[in-house]
Design a protein around this ligand. Structure first.
Ligand SMILES: *Cc1c(COP(=O)(O)O)cnc(C)c1O
Length: 405
């Protein structure tokens, strides 16, 4: 997928537009399965919330992936994309007992993360196999908002409550077939991660009917030169030895599961925008593009630094720009960034736009959500149309009759 291909996509499908390179997704999937090739039963459940386009789900299904879902709607998307229920794990947080029962009735693997629901579900449905999400209280990364294993996190059942978990399991006679952790979005240090897995192994010993141990995700991908990346190959080596040892100790074969989102799709995505205006102020040069945090919220929400390329002028002289959007609120994508000289009408490409970008887009400022394109077999395929004005009003129920436009 060259710059020329991207420019053609922007011309044909308009701007702004998300483009996903299926080959990058395939390569990342292979990298992960290669790193764990000495695990007899490996299961990768792609985290749908990172990027939920049905064509992306279908592509991952063709690679052999399962799905990690966090809402009943994601379960439905997965089924529509052709996944069988056995390939789907449902890992919600703070949802109602009814929604969990609904998912169980659809035949997907249930993962429960609080004692109240565990007790209620186990009492009503003791024969439905359930996975338990443990919070091992390990800080995997630096950012408290994306590190969900720490002591104040709302996710998982605290490892210190293990006696209470065991009492519920015993009293209800429920069948625990998996244990799970997801410590956060940034595994910076493999040894910290391995430390958390030890806590999970210790916990696993308490349950006799396990079929799998799910180590969640948190694989970090680089956004710019010099960024730390989780060393998947090293993690594969270390965890494989430990997991295979543990299986022997446990006395029966177990599946090792992961649920990566970002790792599989982040680098596959590019977000293409058009430069509307170059605006010089007393302190900077703004490049204002036809988008904002309504379409791409990560820089404003998490302070994420996405690289930006001027694909219309890739050989141009480099200058400093602040790249901002067009909505009526501060929507800064980049400050004081060195980019090849930008003219009005140029197309900029934001990198690492596959994960948590489109799925977090909104209609703020009454703008349409962008189109999505998948690059596959050397061709661009439109996989989601840009919204239209009708989409903005389709669910509105006006109290007075509408004016004909
Ligand atoms: C979001 C999420 C993931 C995926 O996290 P990434 O950092 O995108 O890999 C995995 N498991 C659960 C339970 C999640 O909520």
């Amino acid at each position: 997928m060259t710059n020329k291909d991207l420019l053609n996509i922007a011309t044909q499908h308009g701007s702004p537009v998300y483009v996903y390179n299926s080959e990058v997704i395939t390569n990342q999937y292979k990298r992960l399965t290669d790193a764990f090739k000495n695990i007899e039963q490996l299961r990768l459940n792609y985290a749908v919330k990172a990027l939920n386009n049905i064509s992306v789900l279908q592509h991952l299904r063709s690679l052999g992936s399962g799905l990690d879902t966090v809402s009943i709607q994601e379960v439905k998307l997965g089924l529509l994309a052709g996944y069988t229920p056995e390939k789907i794990i449902y890992t919600p947080n703070g949802v109602s007992l009814q929604e969990i029962e609904h998912a169980a009735a659809m035949g997907v693997q249930i993962n429960i993360d609080n004692l109240s629901i565990l007790e209620q579900f186990g009492t009503k449905h003791p024969s439905v196999p359930v996975c338990i999400r443990i919070n091992p209280h390990v800080m995997a990364g630096g950012n408290a908002n994306i590190s969900v294993g720490h002591i104040d996190s709302k996710f998982g059942i605290s490892i210190h409550q293990l006696p209470h978990i065991l009492r519920i399991v015993q009293n209800t006679g429920m069948n625990i077939n998996g244990i799970h952790m997801h410590t956060g979005s940034d595994i910076l240090d493999i040894d910290v991660f391995i430390y958390a897995t030890e806590i999970l192994f210790e916990t696993a010993q308490k349950f006799k009917n396990l079929e799998f141990i799910d180590f969640g995700s948190g694989f970090k991908v680089p956004y710019k030169d010099g960024d730390i990346e989780t060393d998947i190959e090293e993690l594969g080596k270390k965890l494989t030895i430990r997991f295979n040892d543990f299986q022997k100790q446990y006395g029966k074969p177990l599946t090792l599961a992961f649920e990566p989102g970002k790792f599989l799709v982040s680098a596959a995505g590019k977000f293409l925008v058009n430069v509307n205006v170059i605006k010089q102020t007393t302190s900077t040069v703004f490049a204002q593009v036809d988008s904002g945090f309504n379409h791409f919220i990560r820089p404003m929400l998490y302070g994420s630094q996405h690289e930006i390329e001027n694909i219309s002028n890739p050989k141009g002289k480099q200058r400093f720009y602040s790249v901002v959007g067009y909505i009526c609120e501060t929507d800064t994508f980049a400050t004081n960034r060195r980019i090849n000289e930008i003219s009005e009408g140029d197309v900029l490409a934001f990198k690492n736009a596959g994960a948590y970008c489109f799925t977090m887009a909104s209609n703020y400022n009454s703008r349409y959500r962008p189109a999505e394109v998948m690059w596959k077999d050397g061709k661009a395929h439109l996989i989601r149309k840009r919204e239209t004005f009708d989409d903005l009003i389709v669910n509105q129920i006006p109290l007075e009759s509408l004016v004909e436009a």
